[in-house]
Design a protein around this ligand. Structure first.
Ligand SMILES: [Zn+2]
Length: 167
C-alpha cells in the first residue's frame, strides 16, 4: 500500500470543506488503509484527515495510544462522515499539525466530546472521548471542515509560536 504525501498550508484543499462520502465501498476502504499507514509512518502523528493527503473526502483516522496527556484511549479510530454530537468543558493547550510544520499554537477546545460517524464497514460508530483524544478528534474534524488550528487561535501574535521541524 502506498504512503500518501502530506500537504501543507497554503495548499487550497486544506482550507476547503471536504465532501460527505455517499458510498462506503472498496475504494473508500483502500483509501482508509493508506491514510492509516501514512499516519503511522509519520513521526509524532496522532491523526490525519483526508484533505491533508490531498483527498477531498470527509474521512479521518487517529490513534493517540500512549500519549502522555491522554485519558480516554480508543486505539485506532477511522471515521467516515464524522459529526460532533457533544462538545463541552473547554481547555486551552498547545497544539501542532503536520500541515503547519513550522508553528504551534494555543488552542481552546472541548475536553469532553461525543463524535458520531461511520466505520469503513459502513456501521454507525459513536465515540465518547476526553482530554487529549477529544482534542485530537476535534482537530481532525476541523481539517474536514477546511480549518487548521491557526483558525482557532485567539491572537496570532500572542498564541502562535515557531517550532523545530520533525523532518
Ligand atoms: Zn492537523
Amino acid at each position: 500500500m502506498p504512503q500518501l504525501r502530506v500537504v501543507q498550508l497554503p495548499a487550497p484543499i486544506l482550507t476547503t470543506p471536504t465532501e460527505v462520502v455517499v458510498d462506503i465501498d472498496d475504494n473508500v476502504r483502500q483509501f482508509c488503509r493508506d491514510l492509516v499507514e501514512t499516519m503511522y509512518a509519520s513521526p509524532a502523528c496522532v491523526g490525519l484527515a483526508a484533505n491533508q493527503v490531498a483527498d477531498p473526502r470527509r474521512i479521518f483516522c487517529a490513534d493517540i495510544t500512549g500519549h502522555a496527556k491522554a485519558d480516554s484511549v480508543h486505539g485506532l479510530v477511522i471515521m467516515i462522515n464524522p459529526e460532533i454530537v457533544v462538545a463541552r468543558a473547554p481547555v486551552t493547550m498547545r497544539e501542532g499539525c503536520m500541515s503547519v510544520p513550522d508553528l504551534t499554537g494555543n488552542v481552546t477546545r472541548a475536553s469532553e466530546v461525543v463524535i458520531r460517524g461511520k466505520t469503513p464497514a459502513g456501521a454507525t460508530q459513536v465515540i465518547e472521548a476526553n482530554a487529549f483524544e477529544a482534542r485530537c478528534l476535534l482537530h481532525e474534524i476541523d481539517h474536514l471542515d477546511g480549518k487548521t488550528f491557526l483558525n482557532r487561535v485567539r491572537s496570532f501574535g500572542a498564541d502562535v509560536f515557531p517550532r523545530k521541524r520533525y523532518r
